[in-house]
Write a protein that binds this ligand. Structure first.
Ligand code: IMP
Ligand code: MG
Length: 178
């Protein structure tokens, strides 16, 4: 069984990071329309807070993907389970993700969306675990950098659970199956 062990990032700290990201994004896009793409399901809580801090016209869309890493070729593939509703060609796209871990999901997704001729694509992640990278990837906007722990809450899940916790907590897993 798993156990919620301690708060790693409090909801106050998350709120501060979201405010900072919203200000930065508002400044960088300078009134231009942004197609904000939330990655289901983990990004939903973060996205709903973030878009209300962005003072630009926002078009909201969602994708759901699952990624597979192939260690023999040091890259990955992404399977699209739900695709975008909008055509992003000529648009400024901001992908909103819960956490960057190995980097495989975002690397593959950027490759895929890049073929659809957007004007620009950037990535905003609530959390980043840089020590876990398997591929070279850096998000354009990061809320909070976290250590190599399995975390849940604020949208992040373990087996579909805990997404509704307001704080981000460390989950201890018996048998060390991270
Ligand atoms: P990546 O392709 O390894 O970067 O995987 C990113 C995805 O893995 C995220 O969208 C999360 O769904 C999941 N993930 C990575 N680390 C954690 C964690 O600590 N808690 C919950 N989900 C995680
Ligand atoms: Mg997930």
């Amino acid at each position: 069984m798993e156990r919620v062990s301690r708060v790693l990032v409090s909801h106050e700290e998350i709120e501060q990071a979201v405010n900072r990201l919203g200000e930065q994004i508002t400044k960088d896009y300078n009134g231009q329309e942004i197609v904000v793409v939330g990655i289901l399901k983990g990004a939903v809580v973060f996205l709903s807070d973030l878009i209300r801090k962005i003072d630009c016209p926002v078009i909201l869309d969602f994708m759901q993907v699952s990624s597979y890493y192939n260690s023999t070729v040091s890259s990955g593939n992404v399977r699209i389970r739900k695709d975008l509703d909008y055509d992003i060609s000529g648009k400024d796209v901001l992908i909103v993700e819960d956490i960057i871990d190995s980097g495989v999901t975002m690397q593959c997704l950027l490759r895929e969306l890049g073929t659809r001729n957007p004007k620009s694509i950037k990535v905003c992640a609530a959390f980043d675990k840089p020590s876990r990278r398997k591929v070279d990837f850096q998000a354009d906007y990061v809320g909070i950098e976290v250590p190599d722990e399995f975390i849940i809450g604020y949208g992040l899940d373990y087996s579909g659970k805990y997404r509704n916790l307001p704080d981000v907590c460390v989950l201890e897993l018996d048998g060390g199956d991270k």
